[in-house]
Design a protein around this ligand. Structure first.
Ligand code: GDP
Length: 423
């Protein structure tokens, strides 16, 4: 089950529960069973799902809730919190400091997207003013150095590797030394992978780690590996001290839930996710906004971050002009975002908006001036997008809310990063 579908299933379960006249034990159980099924189908580890169900039941004690309580909200909040707990190990990973040399070692199985992710990570930081460098200590896979070289050259990032040296430890040490001397502040070491977990892989990883003393070891995991995720993550964690996880291929049709279980296995936070093959298709991972998006509750701060990332203030005068006129319509949103969506598919950004789903057709988006939204139009959009009418209404409500916020911006500058998170 693709993650968007998982979110949809959970939201539907909550919706069905709130449609019930009385929320009693039976209704709550049905809702939780539905959520359990969805999580298991998404390959989240069984024990995590079972614990989550038990915890929610402990928190939501229906007998103690007086009639006036909004049970739906309380249950929804409990589900939200529990999903966050699965994804949040409770301790942040090592954060490199700009200007001070840090060694970051990447580990993972072959094909997980490790080499691609090394470049994405370097590029992400380079855009923010860092001086990253890439070291190819993968001597196992033929062509690994060429791939890294090609990626690094494209992104104008210095790199180090060898066609002749077969000792990964030696290359890693030489590369790290060189880039320290060149005052690079983010020295990224790409290590070998194997098709499967093998003693030789873990031994090599241990040796490279011992020789380069990385400040952070990042475990790269393909989101499609399913139930194997928990064990795989644990095996890596036992060999080197994994401090953070990056999950790749979140754009694909993978189930994704298994990889989320990896957090529990490594007790390390997910710091980024890969959302495509392109160097730009890389997102900072924050637990709360992610779960919020998963449950269709929206992620305003992520949305604004994306805007700031893709629309430099001085390069989108038209968008800024329209927004500063306080004339904020769905059409403007759609047209302008089409321009700025070079970063990735439209769904990626629109999924950050509450109630907008990737399934919504452009034609319907284009038609969606909420002032003109008659009941029959709402019904038609709901039918067309395969969503309940209530979701369309929610989306329009959210749009109105946002339009109201923007109308206050009339004549003002667009808020800076973070300011929208208070919405
Ligand atoms: P490595 O063997 O672990 O170093 O893996 P590579 O970096 O060579 O990646 C394997 C394949 O996965 C390549 O075709 C990459 O383009 C692709 N890939 C990596 N990350 C992503 C991602 O986030 N999304 C998608 N769709 N493909 C990815």
């Amino acid at each position: 089950m693709v993650l968007a579908q998982l979110g949809g299933s959970i939201s539907r379960a909550i919706q069905q529960m709130s449609n019930a006249t009385i929320i009693d034990e039976k209704v709550l159980n049905e809702c939780l069973n539905e959520i359990t099924r969805a999580l298991l189908q998404s390959d989240v580890q069984f024990k995590l799902v079972r614990d989550m169900q038990t915890n929610i039941k402990k928190i939501v004690n229906l007998d103690d809730l007086a009639a006036g309580h909004n049970k739906r909200k309380i249950i929804q909040q409990a589900i939200f919190n529990e999903l966050c707990t699965i994804l949040d190990p409770g301790k942040p990973s090592f954060t490199p400091k700009k200007g001070k040399a840090s060694v970051i070692m990447f580990v993972g199985l072959q094909g997980s997207g490790k080499t691609t992710t090394c470049t994405k990570y370097a590029y992400y930081h380079q855009k923010k003013g860092w001086k990253p460098a890439l070291v190819c200590a993968d001597t196992f896979r033929a062509g690994a150095f060429d791939q890294l070289k090609q990626n690094a050259t494209k992104a104008k990032i210095p790199f180090y590797g060898s066609y002749t040296e077969s000792d990964p430890v030696r290359i890693a040490v030489e590369g790290v030394e060189r880039f320290k001397q060149e005052n690079c502040d983010l020295i990224i070491v790409d290590t070998s992978g194997r098709h499967k977990q093998e003693a030789s892989l873990f031994e090599e990883m241990r040796q490279v780690a011992e020789a380069t003393k990385p400040d952070l070891v990042i475990f790269v995991m393909d989101s499609s590996i399913g139930q194997a995720a928990f064990d795989q993550a644990q095996a890596f964690k036992q060999s080197v001290s994994v401090g953070a996880v990056i999950i790749t291929k979140m754009d694909g049709h993978a189930k994704g839930g298994g990889a989320l279980s990896a957090v529990a296995a490594t007790k390390s936070p997910v710091i980024f996710i890969g959302t495509g093959e392109h160097i730009d298709e890389f997102e900072v991972f924050d637990v709360k906004p992610f779960v919020s998006r998963l449950l269709g509750m929206g992620d305003w701060s992520g949305f604004m971050d994306k805007i700031h990332e893709v629309v430099p203030m001085d390069q989108q005068p038209e968008l800024l002009q329209k927004l500063s006129e306080g004339n904020f319509t769905l059409r403007i949103m759609y047209e302008q975002f089409q321009n700025i969506l070079k970063m990735g598919p439209i769904g990626q950004v629109f999924s950050m908006l509450p109630g907008f789903s990737a399934e919504l057709m452009p034609k319907e988006l284009d038609n969606s001036n909420p002032k003109l939204m008659t009941e029959s139009r709402i019904m038609r959009i709901a039918r067309g997008s395969g969503r309940p009418p209530r979701e369309v209404m929610d989306m329009l409500e959210e749009y109105k809310r946002l339009a109201k916020v923007w109308s206050k911006m009339k004549g003002l500058k667009i808020p800076k990063k973070g300011e929208m998170s208070a919405l």
